[in-house]
Design a protein around this ligand. Structure first.
Ligand code: PMP
Length: 379
């Protein structure tokens, strides 16, 4: 099996699995006052420290959620009620994940004025457009750190510099960055930052929102006032402590392996460009996270190629996993202004530390044959 769909979800790290198994019998509610409850609370506190260590913030700035989607919703919907009168403008980009884009569309219906920044062919946002659209009316700017489909890394530093003169809340969806590139919230003026555990070798259903001290934000869920009253509900205990372990591993070990992943990614990329005609690597002219390779194979339908590869036990994606069921052409590649043929023929290979060079060698054998077969199939 060759699993190259790690941007959709990644395998559980064996160390995280072992840690989970050792703690599965713990059931006391971390909010209970007795000793058992306090023990659970202590483990949650350790996880909070580990996530804070990964992100470069302090533990009190970490709010546990159910994942990237909820963190993005909390960041946007939680901050808007705190907007001063007259600040009714939000800026985002056209290439965000649906958990941001659909939340923005919801806000638009509530009367918010939203600017969707266009991107260039490279996948990078048009920063002149940002400079021209930001004003004293702008309350929130929400951009992703790395794009889930192309791996393109957005210029967070340059964006920060443009925002400096304005009184805005800056939210960054860093879901695809964690464990793939070092990141520290203290290096940038980031107010809110989203992460999701299943993208860095932990379980699905946990994530966090970093909330910089002093950031105006309110709860979107009413209840028992857990998580500094920003996310009511009994904490998803096992999932969160697993994310804590994975955060520690991401910081201390996964990142060291990124050079190896980048070599494998580049090796496959060069092979495709030199051996399979009519291919384009999307996002190649921009900085990209090391694990992502998005390629259009002209003349082939991306979802057909994904299905065919899957029959050979090779697992890749056509666009983003969250929307592939709908078989809609990628909004990211559309925003990059690619020709239609290149949009519909794109697939994404996303690597992890568990891939091997041998797998890439096997894929080099298989891929040209599969592409050739599909290109020569009668209509
Ligand atoms: N943002 C980005 C950039 C993502 O790639 C994803 C997951 N595909 C999410 C948010 C949503 O994360 P989750 O699956 O944890 O809800």
């Amino acid at each position: 099996m060759i699993y190259l769909d790690n941007n959709a979800s990644s395998p559980l790290a064996p160390q995280v699995k072992q840690f989970l198994l050792e703690h599965l019998d713990i059931y006391a509610n971390p909010s209970s006052f007795h000793t058992l409850g306090k023990n659970s609370r202590q483990l949650l506190d350790v996880a909070r420290e580990q996530v804070a260590y990964l992100l470069g913030g302090s533990p009190r700035e970490i709010i546990f959620t159910s994942g990237g989607t909820e963190s993005n919703n909390l960041a946007i919907l939680g901050s808007l009620p705190c907007a001063p009168k007259g600040q009714n403008h939000i800026i985002t980009t056209k290439v965000e994940h649906p958990s941001v884009l659909n939340t923005m569309r919801y806000c638009e219906k509530q009367g918010w004025d939203i600017t969707y920044l266009p991107v260039c062919k490279s996948g990078l946002p048009d920063l002149d457009y940002l400079t021209n659209s930001i004003s004293s009316r702008t309350f929130l700017v929400s951009v992703m750190y790395a794009n889930n489909e192309t791996g393109v890394i957005l210029p967070i530093d340059e964006i920060t510099r443009i925002l400096e003169k304005y009184n805005v809340i800056f939210h960054v969806d860093a879901t695809q960055m964690i464990g793939r590139q070092p990141l520290s919230v203290s290096d940038h003026s980031i107010d809110l930052l989203t992460i999701s555990a299943h993208k860095f070798h932990s379980l699905k259903g946990a994530g966090a929102l970093y909330v910089k001290d002093g950031t105006r934000i309110s709860s979107t869920v009413q209840g028992g006032k857990q998580e500094r009253n920003l996310r009511s509900g009994t904490e998803n205990f096992h999932n969160i402590i697993a994310m804590g372990q994975a955060s520690y591993l991401a910081k201390t070990s996964f990142l060291d392996k990124m050079d190896k992943i980048e070599q494998m990614r580049n090796h496959l990329q060069n092979f495709i460009l030199h051996n399979i005609p009519q291919c384009v690597v999307n996002g190649i002219r921009a900085p990209r996270i090391a694990n992502t390779l998005n390629v259009s194979f002209r003349g082939v339908l991306g979802d057909v190629l994904v299905r065919e590869l899957s029959q050979h036990n090779v697992y890749v994606s056509h666009g983003a996993a969250c929307s592939s069921g709908a078989r809609e052409p990628s909004h990211v590649l559309k925003a990059m202004n690619l020709e239609w043929d290149f949009i519909t023929s794109a697939i994404r290979f996303s690597f992890s530390i568990y891939n091997t060079q041998q797998q890439i060698e096997d894929l080099k054998e298989l891929l040209p044959k599969v592409v050739d077969k599909l290109r020569n199939m009668p209509e």
